[in-house]
Design a protein around this ligand. Structure first.
Ligand code: COA
Length: 328
């Protein structure tokens, strides 16, 4: 009998170039003090001009496969959360699959913005639960610097580039496993966080390009309020579904959008901030990549250990939000 899936390995990659708040002060009317106090971000990574999203995903995937002692040819499926694919068509996961040197297995993208990784992991878990797949590569990869308006201080200070991945394999008696996952979408705030042009609703025109309507636009306050509320409730739902309470959680790995959001979720859940994995100061908001990067760092530096219980929660454009509870 299949007991569900477990995380057999994690990996991540962040581009070498660091962009500090001090450097942003030279681009837009902002300050290190404002960015640090309002968001918790000190620096972020920016991909090299020759790098594309599947390159970042490849580095993270190879590290996750190595940690899982699995060859890419043993994979049954690749699911990638991304809103910044290599091209609008085809799926970024197809390019990743090619770079991994495999073919024939399903490889597809999930568009759930910052919740993309948790969505992708939940999908991978369901395929393994039903026996339809054994080994699933789950990736969150973003190159947000290419869809950022570098003249808009409201958004350009927030985002960064990076990728993270996990390999899911069948759980066995006594092994870790994905205990529960909850996925949600509510379209009431679609216009508060979007890339307006470039799709069927508003094809990109010269005028649209001049107005940078092909970049991320956000009403930050709308998103902030809903993030605190929904991240807290989704976390509670994942705990309820597994019959656990906040006291049972060893680590919470939240989406890294704003340190103040994370702090308020900590208060609402009654889980102290010391039990949160936070790296927003070094990477900013890397959308779907933020949770798997933070998880991988915490696994590799020994904070998150085998047998511990980890809660993940994320919210982004859509509004889409999700949570997952995992025993490592
Ligand atoms: N530097 C300096 N001032 C800035 C600034 C910057 N980078 N960005 C905005 N400001 C200014 C605003 O223009 C505004 O000035 P005004 O009062 O003169 O109009 C003032 O700071 C306050 O703006 P406000 O938007 O209320 O700030 P905030 O405290 O809400 O912080 C965000 C803004 C974006 C950091 C915050 O709303 C946020 O994190 N939202 C959620 C983001 C998120 O989760 N996004 C993606 C989901 S994945």
């Amino acid at each position: 009998m299949v007991l569900g899936s477990r995380i057999a390995g994690t990996g991540s990659y962040a581009p070498a170039k660091v962009l500090t708040n001090a450097e942003l002060e030279r681009l837009v009317d902002t300050s290190d003090a404002w960015i640090s106090e309002r968001t918790g971000i000190k620096e972020r990574r920016i991909a090299a001009p020759e790098e594309c999203t599947s390159d970042l995903a490849l580095r993270a995937s190879r590290a996750a496969l190595e940690a899982a002692s699995l060859d890419a040819r043993e994979l049954d499926m690749i699911v990638m959360g991304t809103i910044t694919p290599d091209r609008q068509l085809p799926a970024c996961a197809a390019y990743l699959q090619q770079k991994l040197g495999v073919s024939g297995i399903p490889a597809f993208d999930i568009s759930a913005a910052c919740a993309g990784f948790v969505y992708a992991m939940s999908i991978g878990d369901q395929f393994i639960r039903t026996g339809a797949a054994r080994n699933v590569l789950v990736v969150g990869a973003e190159l947000l610097s290419r869809v950022t308006n570098w003249m808009d201080r409201n958004t350009c200070v927030l985002f960064g580039d990076g990728a993270g991945a996990v390999v899911l394999t069948p759980a066995t008696e006594g092994s870790g496993r994905v205990l529960s996952s909850k996925l949600h979408t509510d379209a009431t705030l679609t216009e508060s966080l979007c890339i307006p042009a470039g799709g069927s609703r508003e094809p990109l025109t010269h005028a649209g390009l001049d107005e940078r309507r092909n970049t991320v636009q956000m009403v930050g306050n709308d998103i902030f309020r809903i993030a605190v509320k929904n991240l807290s409730s989704a976390s509670r739902s994942a705990l309820d579904a597994a019959g656990l309470t906040p006291e049972d959680v060893d680590w919470l790995v939240p989406h890294q959008a704003n340190l103040r959001i994370i702090a308020q979720v900590s208060t609402r859940l009654g889980i102290p901030l010391e039990r949160f994995v936070v790296n927003i100061d070094r990477y900013g908001n890397t959308s779907s990549a933020s949770i798997p990067i933070a998880l991988d760092e915490a696994v590799r530096d020994g904070r998150v250990k085998s047998g511990q219980t980890v809660l993940m929660c994320a919210l982004g454009a859509g509004i889409s939000w999700a949570s997952a509870l995992v025993r490592l």
